[in-house]
Design a protein around this ligand. Structure first.
Ligand code: UDP
Ligand code: UDP
Length: 464
């Protein structure tokens, strides 16, 4: 009997990267058709990541854990850099240790699957050193993948003033330079250097798995697959939306104060869910205005507040952050928490009617999968580009002039009005329900994502 392929996963840092990896890994583990090892970079940046790894390995004892102790790295040259970008750099600088680790895995590794942030380091190790196929699981949207893949070509062809103006991605159209601002604002920044290196090497991967589905991003997927974005681009498997396995593997991070019991007591579609991802700290003035807006909207709400980028450093007291009397005034109709919530369970809950979101791609795919309308308030990185996907999908409204820069605080009056308006917008909720149907169909037996997953498995077997 042929051996099952043994896949070695090399994920990156940040819950926005780890969660889709775990969802994909557990979906594969549940097929019983593959052996799996997961390289676990230590120490993690956040407590959520550490708890998440523990939960994953406890729920799936057959998945092997390969501890990867990162080499000491002098961060002083990058003072002020984002702690997650620093962790990516640390992983990249320790990547040469991966070759011997993967070579000694038993049974013999048959393929490596890594994250885009590590692509330019891990692809050559897998392919040239270990002679193994290497795939990338891309955790953002296909539109962002097109931008990343095309960006090096754009830079090579551009004139000296190339950093001004929009980027015309073939088959996709114009992407304004301020959509992924981190990329273009400073070519010397850590992020930009990583982004360009990874963009150059990603075309060397054997396949790219993307957490999207064909009906959500048909144009971007068609452009990538036809070679319009980059000629000869590897096969693109749209396998999303990736969700938790029913065996509950990625529930390891759920802490005690679950808001689900509270949601159970609220009427259907009456609650606005407000959350800005695992690492977007909101400045105090803006937090107060969000509070004022939610109060003024008259709607019920569940609000996850974060005041620091890294959860371990968030020691602020809610009552201080929210201001005098806020929690008392909204008691009964508003629940505010600083804890990690099981967001997927929240978005799935019938009481949720709207998601006011920073537009992290996982959050958007979760909202799409459960048919929740979105009020898009993108902040950093790929989030403005992602907001264009929500807009073209019709399941949300993007407040394009709302910023997060701390100086142009969005007023509570405006937030309250938009929340109220969207809670009553039947056209957008009908479209969100339709997107949910399309997402469900994509992953069901015979759907596009289902078939892409089967094709990917066949590719793996063929190369084992
Ligand atoms: N990214 C990329 N290439 C890189 C590094 C990052 O395409 O070399 C993407 C990454 O997948 C994500 C975005 O750029 O979509 C980074 O976004 P952000 O700054 O919001 O960080 P994140 O929340 O993903 O950690
Ligand atoms: N998440 C969660 N509970 C929280 C905060 C975040 O379950 O309290 C999950 C969320 O459901 C999503 C991921 O963490 O799957 C965050 O990824 P996303 O791409 O949405 O945004 P990022 O945090 O990377 O900016």
């Amino acid at each position: 009997m042929a051996l099952a392929p043994h896949l070695v996963f090399v994920p990156s840092a940040g819950m926005g990267h780890l969660l889709p990896f775990s969802r994909f890994i557990t979906a594969l583990a549940n097929t019983g058709a593959v052996d799996i090892s997961v390289v676990t970079a230590l120490p993690t940046v956040s407590a959520a990541e550490a708890e998440h790894f523990d939960g994953l390995f406890a729920a799936f004892p057959a998945i092997r854990r390969i501890d990867f102790n990162l080499l000491p790295f002098n961060e002083s040259a990058f003072s002020g850099a984002d702690p997650f970008f620093l962790q990516w750099e640390s992983l990249r600088r320790s990547a040469h240790l991966l070759g011997p680790m993967i070579a000694s895995a038993t049974p013999r590794a048959s393929a490596v699957i890594t994250d885009v942030t590590l692509a330019s380091q891990v692809i050559p190790i897998a392919k040239d050193e270990l002679h193994l196929p290497c795939h990338v699981l891309f955790i953002s949207c296909a539109t962002m993948l097109s931008f990343l893949a095309y960006f090096p070509t754009y830079l090579d062809g551009a004139e000296a003033d190339h950093l001004a103006g929009d980027v015309d991605v073939p088959g996709i159209g114009l992407i304004p330079v301020d959509y992924p601002p981190a990329v273009l604002c400073n070519p010397e920044s850590l992020f930009t250097k990583q982004f360009i290196a990874n963009g150059r090497l990603i075309a060397e991967a054997d396949g790219i798995l993307v957490n999207t589905f064909d009906a959500l991003e048909p144009d971007a997927l068609a452009a990538l697959r036809s070679g319009k974005v980059v000629p000869g681009f590897p096969p693109v498997f749209a396998v999303g939306p990736l969700m938790s396995s029913t065996t509950g593997s990625d529930k390891g991070v759920v802490r005690t104060s679950s808001p689900i019991a509270w949601l159970d007591a609220q009427p259907a579609r009456s609650v606005v869910y407000v959350a800005f991802g695992n690492r977007n700290a909101v400045v105090p003035d803006q937090i107060r205005e969000i509070g004022a807006g939610l109060e003024a909207s008259g709607c019920r709400f569940l609000w996850v507040v974060k005041t620091t980028v890294v959860d371990r450093e968030d020691n602020a007291e809610l009552k201080d952050v929210l201001g005098d009397g806020f929690l008392g005034r909204v008691q009964g109709r508003g629940l505010v928490t600083k804890e990690w919530v099981d967001q997927e369970a929240v978005l799935k809950h019938p009481a949720i009617g709207l998601y006011l979101s920073h537009c992290g791609w996982n959050s958007v795919t979760e909202s799409a999968a459960y048919g929740v309308s979105m009020l898009a308030w993108p902040a950093l990185g790929d989030q403005r580009l992602i907001a264009t996907v929500i807009r073209s999908g019709g399941f949300g409204l993007w407040m394009e002039h709302w910023s997060w820069d701390g100086e142009n605080v969005v007023s509570g009056v405006e937030i309250g009005e938009k929340v109220k308006e969207l809670m009553g917008d039947e056209a957008i909720s009908a479209r969100a329900a339709k997107v949910r149907e399309e997402a469900t169909k994509a992953v069901a037996h015979g759907g596009t994502s289902y078939r892409n997953m089967q094709e990917f498995l066949a590719t793996l077997k063929a190369s084992t």
